[in-house]
Design a protein around this ligand. Structure first.
Ligand code: NAD
Length: 496
């Protein structure tokens, strides 16, 4: 059945979102009894109250996770049995797709079409992928002298804290939960304070699927309290973090100040999207440039936020990108026709609009957008914006805006394009459009980024790793490489 806006709204009205934490197999209020309001960014109205967990709740969750881990009920279960439970988990997520997509859309204001046909299948597919992978993960036999045998085995690292952001709450959680749970760890998931709803819902589904109590806990609350307590906890063995570079750096400090827990970081970006003058598909490039910065209202870590274009085609390309931006009107996220939803919070909206002002003050030319939209809804919407005449040193070219704001920098050669592309503290992703294989390969080698796209942008699936160079992070999500964050190697020597 094709769902209309009215269908989705009717279903949303019937939802009773859960705002309590999930610890040791049960929903719980914060021990302090404190809560905070969870706001729907499309209306500015409260959805529900959320448990404001603090140090004491984190202690409880870590103790539960540790007990489950040490008992071996999950950590020593045969991989094929963990696989069966995780596959059931993914099936339960699939059979609750409508509900989970709605929760995600209400929580963060992203279009329901994106939640339902993008975020949900991606999160479900991720859990499935790691379930399928875990009974195919082998250790090693080392090439030792004849009178010894050394086997090198992978072991789960122990208690893992997964601290995730609000832009893709469920997918980002799945990227951590998939490998961490499949490996046999116990996990404490800390969703962003703006987006706890799908996290607390899937914890219950995990239990129904057969995850033993304590193996998957969800601690809701603020970063400065609950997140910090996880980072500093002496009994957390690893943190899988996705979020800003500033907070990523804090986790490295927390680790050093506590038990040198392993820290995996997926942080911010300012990805260059290069279009060379020999590009033979300007329409395709323009669509990719627009999608690369306007999807999810620009709240994407690998957003192609810097368009680096060779001068001879700048005007033609920008004409196309601006036309797409003009057509892209922010709309009600519950309307399946909506392609551009809300910005996650009033604070984030103010920050993005502040950058639009900064760009103008710095002397860049605003070609389209940048104004507030749908103010009458009470929500936080902005028109997609395109700047031309940006200098690489400007703040709008250097800082992660995390909104639908494109900064265009004109260059006169491939070498200049590559120099500008690498002129940032970030190194998450990069794209280049050219029909010359030599230019493409030269760029792929020169670009300091964890992902490079040639004649496409923002492509990926579970089989290839994702993560950043430089201050975009360390370690990789997705693919078999993600197990490195959540497993340890042990060398076992036996004398013949
Ligand atoms: P954020 O860094 O503010 O928050 C991320 C998480 O850290 C949240 O759960 C938050 O509660 C917690 N946190 C915040 N302050 C903390 C503190 N002092 N101590 C401990 N924990 C704390 O990021 P955000 O605003 O939620 O998300 C946007 C950022 O995430 C952007 O920079 C974006 O690029 C990045 N991101 C990166 C990727 C990637 O894969 N590289 C993916 C998505 C988002």
């Amino acid at each position: 059945m094709t769902m209309t806006r009215e269908d989705w709204s009717a279903r949303a009205a019937k939802l009773q979102p859960e705002g309590r934490a999930f610890i040791d197999g049960a929903y719980r209020h914060a021990l302090s009894g404190k809560t905070f309001a969870n706001i729907n960014p499309a209306t500015g109205q409260a959805i529900c109250e959320v448990a404001e967990c603090d140090v004491a709740d984190v202690d409880l969750a870590v103790a539960s996770a540790r007990k489950a881990f040490d008992s071996g009920i999950w950590s020593r279960m045969a991989p094929a049995d963990r696989k069966r439970i995780l596959l059931r988990f993914s099936e339960l997520m699939a059979s609750h797709s409508e509900e989970l997509a709605l929760l995600e859309t209400l929580d963060v204001g992203k279009p329901i079409t994106n939640s339902f046909t993008g975020d949900l299948p991606s999160a479900i597919g991720c859990i499935q992928w790691y379930a399928e992978a875990i009974d195919k993960l082998y250790g090693e036999v080392a090439p030792t002298p004849h009178d010894f045998t050394a086997i090198v085995v992978r072991e789960p690292i122990g208690v893992v804290a997964a601290v995730v952001p609000w832009n893709y709450p469920l997918s980002m959680a799945a990227w951590k939960l998939g490998p961490a749970l499949a490996a046999g760890n116990s996990v404490i998931l800390k969703p962003a304070e703006q987006s706890p709803l799908t996290a607390v819902r899937i914890a219950q589904l995990g239990m129904e699927a057969g995850l033993p109590p304590g193996v998957l806990n969800v601690v809701t609350g603020y970063g400065e309290t609950a997140g910090r307590a996880l980072g500093l906890h002496m009994d957390v063995d690893a943190v899988g973090f996705t979020g800003s570079t500033a907070v990523g750096k804090l986790f490295m400090k927390y680790s050093g100040e506590s038990n040198i827990k392993r820290i995996g970081l997926e942080c911010g970006g300012k990805s260059p999207h290069i279009v060379l003058a020999d590009c033979d598909d300007l329409d395709g490039a323009a669509r990719a440039v627009a999608a690369g910065i306007f999807s999810n209202a620009g709240q994407v870590c690998n957003a192609g936020s810097r368009l680096i274009v060779e001068e001879p085609i700048r005007a033609q390309l920008l004409e196309r990108v601006v036309a797409i931006a003009r057509d892209l009107r922010p709309g009600d996220p519950l309307d399946p026709a909506t392609r551009l939803g809300a910005i996650v919070s009033q604070q984030q909206l103010s920050s993005v609009m502040g950058y639009v002002k900064t760009g103008r003050d710095e002397g860049a030319r605003l070609l389209v957008g940048g104004g507030r939209a749908r103010e009458e809804s009470g929500g936080y919407f902005i028109e997609p914006a395109v700047f031309d005449g940006v200098g690489s040193g400007m703040r709008i070219a250097q800082e992660e805006i995390f909104g639908p704001v494109l900064a265009t920098i004109s260059v006169r050669s491939l070498d200049e394009a590559l120099k500008v592309a690498n002129d940032t503290i970030y190194g998450l992703a990069a794209g280049i459009w050219t029909r010359d294989i030599r230019s493409a390969q030269k760029a792929a080698k020169a670009l300091r980024a964890g992902v490079v796209w040639i004649n496409c942008f923002d492509k990926g699936n579970m089989s290839a790793p994702f993560g950043g160079f430089k201050q975009s992070g360390s370690g990789r999500d997705k693919s078999m490489h993600a197990f490195d964050k959540y497993m340890d190697w042990k060398a076992v020597w036996t004398a013949a």
